[in-house]
Write a protein that binds this ligand. Sequence first.
Ligand SMILES: Nc1ncnc2c1ncn2[C@@H]1O[C@H](COP(=O)(O)OP(=O)(O)OP(=O)(O)O)[C@@H](O)[C@H]1O
Ligand SMILES: O=P(O)(O)OC[C@H]1O[C@H](OP(=O)(O)OP(=O)(O)O)[C@H](O)[C@@H]1O
Ligand SMILES: [Mg+2]
Length: 304
Amino acid sequence: MSPKPAPTGRDRLRIAIQKNGRLSEPARALLGSCGLSWRESPDKLFCYGDNAPVDLLLVRDDDIPGLIDSGLCDLGIVGRNVLVEQSSERDESGTPANFRELRALGFGGCRLSLAVPNDWDWQGAAQLQGKRIATSYPALTRAWLREQGVAADVVVLNGSVEIAPRLGQADVVCDLVSSGATLVANQLKPVCDLLQSEAVLAGPVAELDPQLAETAQMLLRRIDGVLRIRDSKLLMFQAPRDAVADVLRLLPDAEPPTSYSVDGGELLAMQALCHGVVTWQRLEELKRAGARGLMVLPVERMLA
Ligand SMILES: Nc1ncnc2c1ncn2[C@@H]1O[C@H](COP(=O)(O)OP(=O)(O)OP(=O)(O)O)[C@@H](O)[C@H]1O
Ligand SMILES: O=P(O)(O)OC[C@H]1O[C@H](OP(=O)(O)OP(=O)(O)O)[C@H](O)[C@@H]1O
Ligand SMILES: [Mg+2]
């Protein structure tokens, strides 16, 4: 059972996103695809929702979990790395976090990795005993060290973490990795992933105030619809009844198709939502299996 909500006294939902940074544009694009728009000016940090009771807060990403926790805002788009770090901090201090991941959003992918100097012969976590680890994710790193049963010193840096071994400030680092270029440029190599991260929609652990819950549900339904059709296409075709099984074997990434019979019953007209890429080569294979009149259509909106 979720804890009961604290009344907010508000009747408009607030969603926080990063003001400037890697997640700003994709977060805006996602909310835009959900049909939301705001009255904006470049220096505005609070944007009033134009066409739905949903206002936008533009903030530093690190502040998003705290804003949700305190009930000043209802939802947020933030890296899982930030959310898990701040929950680990709460675990350390024994105060439960009132924020959690509601949906993975499929952008801002990266991993939190332990990396050691290239000349280390990595044998496993035990090698870190008594060593210094530079990171911007101290609580997450400490939690991992506890799991591994290793005692090491955590050196907190807010950026340019990868420089620490060269300066003699730490022996190894634990930082975000995407292309791996920063590690290579600093003669480091990743040896272990602590977390796979991406942008997530965060919300409170407690239920939302009933005044806001309906709007939040509407937004979640739209986000689910957008995520579901991302890279999806509607495939339409006809196939003789006895070829349908062969045709469907070529569509393992499709949702169960809908079909109706035409031409006296022997021919089926079918449509299926495909979540993978429908290439020309795939269309040729479907044709060889008996499908005819193949058409690939973009999907603009979807509401389950
Ligand atoms: N190299 C990367 N590749 C892909 N995603 C990344 C990378 N580095 C970080 N991210 C993801 O993007 C999020 C935002 O990164 P960014 O560098 O914009 O944050 P920031 O400097 O902390 O910004 P802010 O000013 O809001 O505090 C990170 O928390 C992480 O989830
Ligand atoms: O694997 P890569 O593609 O090289 O990306 C990894 C780098 O990206 C992030 O740093 P950012 O550029 O945000 O700078 P920061 O040091 O200020 O965090 C992260 O902290 C790494 O340093
Ligand atoms: Mg930040």
